[in-house]
Design a binder for this molecule. Structure first.
Ligand code: UD1
Ligand code: UDP
Length: 360
């Protein structure tokens, strides 16, 4: 059985890594097809190096561009590879343009598709990710739902029971596999001159937040106020997309500690020791929850409602006063929620399901 793993962006590399490792350890016939959606060293190669992943057999090098153009380049590129390689199954993870295009290319050639992290919904169709998730889920043959909530959503959309598997989220596997290694291999706090519990950690990169000048200004104001009220540094490893907008809109960021995006081990350290995390990232909401660090999400909705239910996360939107208010509430909570995203064996389960438990 030949398995192709499609990845395109930072979170897909992190969340696919445990599956790739599991397939490798079983000696399975598999390889990585990288779309090249992310190409900067700090969003791409650094993760391959740290997680000791095999190099991609193909890199389509599609780069950045208008969404339709980027998606089209991925679709055409993946189709070509699939025609050459005759795979039995294609695995894609999450909700990026790489995922929707990769999945479409496969189904049109009648190749089986496994969608990892299926069944997430923000119910906000203005987000590109929401459209990508819906399409990927409705094309997939194997839907790996991280939680029972995701499974219920998929059933509600008419996806047959036998296609859905609740596996947990592979981000838990990634954390469990790398948390201890990260402690010994990175010294991010020292490098940045930070004390444990002595800073806020921020990541903001979603299109709806950073491409909208008024929303981005409002977020930055809120972050400034949080730093000032608690007299702590606000550290923001900034995604190049957000940096581009800050330069273009000429936005003030003096009150924040902007740094380049950091490697995975350093980021795990920064998350683990933060007083609180403010984010609009999907993966970071999950990681904060798993690492028992309080989180405030600067969005109006989340496709990770489990984090709200267990009490690790609050939605704040982007109004400065609301960002401060929700930060105060989260700081007053005890960090004692349960982890709803599984026990760190999602990757093993996924591999067992796609291979039917047959020997490698
Ligand atoms: C993409 C995903 C988003 C995901 C994020 C993970 C889509 C629609 N969006 O957003 O869901 O949360 O990845 O980080 O698929 N850029 C670089 N270097 C790179 C890649 C991008 O500088 O390696 C800059 C370019 O200026 C580019 C911009 O970032 O125009 C946006 O890149 P793009 O791939 O369109 O979306 P992301 O914001 O990265
Ligand atoms: N991450 C990282 N360095 C950073 C910021 C994030 O290693 O400077 C990792 C983080 O640990 C998580 C993933 O990137 O696993 C989240 O990616 P991102 O926020 O870009 O995407 P999303 O999850 O929102 O799709």
């Amino acid at each position: 059985m030949k398995i192709i793993i499609i990845v395109g962006t930072r979170p897909e590399i992190v969340k696919m890594a445990p599956i790739i490792k599991e397939l490798e350890s079983q000696g399975r016939d598999c390889f990585i097809l990288h779309t090249g959606q992310h190409y900067s060293y700090s969003l791409d190669k650094v993760f391959f190096e740290q997680l000791e992943l095999p190099l991609a057999k193909y890199n389509l090098e599609v780069g950045s561009g208008l969404p339709g153009e980027q998606t089209a380049r991925i679709l055409t590129g993946v189709e070509k590879v699939l025609q050459t390689e005759k795979a039995d199954i294609v695995l894609a993870e999450g909700d990026t343009n790489s995922v929707v295009a990769g999945v479409l290319a496969a189904v049109k050639l009648h190749i089986k598709v496994g969608h990892v992290e299926a069944g997430l919904r923000s119910y906000d169709r203005s987000m590109p990710e929401e459209i990508n998730r819906i399409v990927a889920d409705h094309c997939a043959d194997f839907l790996f739902a991280p939680t029972p909530t995701a499974r219920k959503i998929l059933r509600g959309e008419g996806i047959p029971e036998e296609k859905i598997f609740v596996t947990g989220n592979t981000i838990v596997d990634a954390i469990y596999q790398n948390r201890e290694i990260a402690k010994g291999r990175a010294n991010a706090l020292k490098t940045l001159g930070l004390k444990p519990q002595g800073y806020f950690l921020v990541t903001i990169h979603r299109q709806e937040n950073v491409d909208d000048q008024a929303r981005f200004i409002s977020i930055l104001e809120g972050l400034n106020s949080v730093g000032a009220e608690f007299d702590l540094p606000v550290v923001y490893p900034i995604h190049p997309h957000s940096q581009k907008r800050i330069t273009e809109f000429n936005l003030p960021t003096k009150a924040l500690r902007l740094v380049e995006p950091v490697d995975y081990f350093s980021f795990l350290q920064l998350e683990s020791s933060a007083r609180l995390i403010l984010t609009d990232s999907g993966g970071v909401q999950e990681e904060a929850c798993i690492l028992s660090v309080p989180c405030v999400t600067l969005r109006d909705n989340t496709e990770r409602p489990e984090t709200l239910e267990v009490g690790s996360n609050l939605l704040a939107g982007v109004a400065p006063e609301r960002i401060i208010e929700q930060t105060r509430v989260m700081l007053g909570r005890q960090n004692k929620w349960r982890n709803p995203f599984g026990d760190g064996t999602a990757s093993k389960r996924i591999v067992e399901i796609i291979t039917g438990g047959e020997d490698g």
